[in-house]
Design a protein around this ligand. Structure first.
Ligand SMILES: [Zn+2]
Length: 121
């Protein structure tokens, strides 16, 4: 079934490419042909990739970053959304809102779907 879809997709994409090429190489032809070729080709490609894109498009699980103040006397701790480039022991640019000291990333966690495990340390 999925192989059949792939074949149909490849054929459709190929046909689209032919139409597209035909439209480009013949300037007197209405640009609608070019457009149809583009659409047919994109349909073919989406058919061709239909089997695997389902898994690839799954969004990554939400991740949170735990930040703690470096000052041992300050107990400030914050959980915020994970930002690209966050890693454990990364210094945080933002000063501590409580003591204006430096803060460090202390953990990066995946958020589980179960609410009781949401901010598990
Ligand atoms: Zn602090």
């Amino acid at each position: 079934m999925s192989i059949m879809t792939k074949i149909i997709g490849a054929v459709t994409a190929g046909a689209g490419a032919v139409i597209l090429f035909y439209g480009i190489s013949n300037p007197e032809i209405d640009f609608l042909v070019y457009f149809v070729g583009l659409i047919v080709m994109s349909i073919g490609f989406s058919l061709f990739n239909a089997g695997r894109t389902v898994q690839e498009r799954k969004p990554p699980p939400p991740t949170v970053t735990e930040i703690r103040c470096d000052n041992p006397e300050c107990t400030f701790k914050e959980i915020r959304d994970f930002k690209k480039g966050d890693y454990i022991l990364k210094p945080v640019e933002v000063p501590c809102p409580k003591c204006q000291g430096t803060m460090t990333v202390h953990g990066v966690y995946m958020v589980r779907e179960e609410p009781e495990q949401k901010y598990a340390v």
